[in-house]
Design a protein around this ligand. Structure first.
Ligand code: SUG
Length: 437
């Protein structure tokens, strides 16, 4: 069965800001309090989608969530009009308001885990929204993500959309950022790789529990012989690799990874090779690219893509080009005999400053032709729709946001108007809660 990869990117929302909310995410902490540029951020995201289309790939979008998230403020005891709730939260607990205002849903690699139909027992595409329990600002994403996935993948003959896992941090799940897949061709049954952490103590938390990964594999009906659980290296998390996709990425038969990505890496590679004998590991040694450079440049948070001619291309953030060790590594890699034949650099700097590279901004969904036709087409992009979205961003987004702006009621109104205009632009009806009032 032939199938293609469609990347669903998160449209970067109008409240994009640097609030320093993610412990263990070095870029988020480093840039806390800085001036963010939501309009520029969203335009950079659209440009990436345009590049993917130009390379012959399918492209979809997931919508920004409404922020500040009034249901969270309400659940925490704030009452009255939206204006009152926001003003009171800003006075009582500004940090809480920052949590409720994050545009973090842009990083759709954390929206869900997706298993293509070739891998699952019932032959459907399975999707489980991630509970994102470890970070408070992200733990409020899954209800709207689930609603959106139900809308996009509504056809139950092809798709099975689960609920996020229960159990809070006991079953912390961060979605596709800790999940990879190896397969000769997207349409063939693959081996799914779940990467978990059992880290306790230290400076930074692990976010993905083994039990959560096991539960997702069970829910998706994956064959145990073609499912591998691998442990994230504690040292990588301590160095700032809060998700495994900061230090490794898979595509086709290739695993591109730093040599310090996994706990006991030689044994981990062996278990992967037993499950998937055709595995091609492109491993980068510490002496060639130090872990600190891998994390600051996001070398491995690139999108590794199979082009229509079957060769592979790396879509890398410009930070890789600006880091000596990684720029030299990529130039050298292209002279070697690996399936990776090309590299392209893109500017997603606004997202990078919050720890989100090209791969964080997309959720990979492998679909057959029939499945692709069953997807809600309003969420699939072409050049024309991207141009319309570009005009929408330019017309409705704030140019700059400082942390102090987050209590500003005018910003809230601007966001409501922007999202309302978005649903009209894409003809989506009343998808947001505030539109049902
Ligand atoms: O969860 N940053 C996100 C970045 C997610 C990156 N995703 C992947 N690696 N797939 C996070 O840490 C920062 C928000 C702030 O500090 O304002 C933030 O949530």
């Amino acid at each position: 069965m032939t199938a293609q990869e469609i990347n669903f990117d998160g449209l970067i929302g109008p409240t994009h800001n640097y609030a320093g909310l993610s412990l263990g995410n070095v870029a988020s902490s480093k840039n806390a309090g800085g001036v963010a540029r939501p309009k520029l951020a969203a335009l950079q995201g659209l440009e990436k989608m345009r590049l993917m289309l130009s390379l012959g790939l399918g492209q979809g979008v997931l919508l920004p969530h409404l922020r500040p998230h009034l249901p969270t403020l309400h659940a925490l005891g704030f009452r009255g009009s939206p204006e009152r709730m926001i003003a009171d939260a800003h006075t009582a607990d500004p940090a809480l308001l920052r949590v409720a205002t994050s545009a973090s849903s842009m990083w759709t690699a954390n929206a869900a885990t997706v298993s293509p139909s070739a891998d699952t027992l019932d032959g459907k595409v399975h999707l489980t929204p991630a509970n994102l329990a470890t970070m408070l600002h992200r733990s409020i994403e899954h209800p709207f993500t689930e609603k959106m996935l139900h809308t996009i993948f509504h056809d139950q003959t092809h798709f099975s959309v689960h609920s996020a896992l229960p159990g809070g941090t006991h079953l912390g799940d961060e979605g596709a950022a800790n999940h990879g897949r190896l397969s000769g061709d997207h349409g063939h049954a693959g081996v799914e790789m779940f990467v978990y952490s059992d880290k306790s103590g230290g400076r930074y938390p692990g976010r993905q529990t083994l039990r959560a990964s096991q539960a997702v594999a069970r829910l998706h009906g994956l064959s145990p012989e073609r499912t591998v659980f691998m442990q994230q290296a504690n040292a990588a998390i301590e160095a700032g690799a809060f998700h495994n996709d900061v230090v490794s990425v898979t595509n086709g038969s290739v695993l591109f990874a730093h040599s310090g990505a996994f706990e006991n890496q030689p044994a981990a590679m062996e278990s992967l090779r037993i499950a998937y004998p055709a595995l091609e590991v492109v491993e980068v040694a510490e002496a060639v690219v130090p872990m600190a450079d891998a994390i600051s440049s996001y070398l491995f948070n690139s999108q590794l893509i199979t082009l229509p001619d079957e060769s592979m291309i790396l879509i890398l953030p410009t930070e890789v080009q600006q880091t000596l060790s990684t720029a030299a590594y990529v130039a050298d890699l292209l002279t070697h005999n690996t399936p990776i034949k090309q590299a392209r650099y893109i500017d997603v700097r606004e997202s990078m400053k919050n720890g989100g590279g090209p791969a964080c901004l997309r959720l990979r969904v492998v679909l057959t032709e029939a499945e692709k036709s069953a997807v809600d087409q309003r969420f699939l992009m072409d050049a024309k729709k991207l141009a319309v979205l570009e005009a929408w961003v330019k017309a409705t987004y704030p140019d700059e946001i400082r942390p102090d702006d987050l209590g500003d009621i005018a910003l809230h109104r601007q966001c409501l108007e922007a999202l309302d205009a978005l649903t009209k632009t894409l003809n989506l009806g009343s998808l947001y809660e505030f539109q049902a009032l």
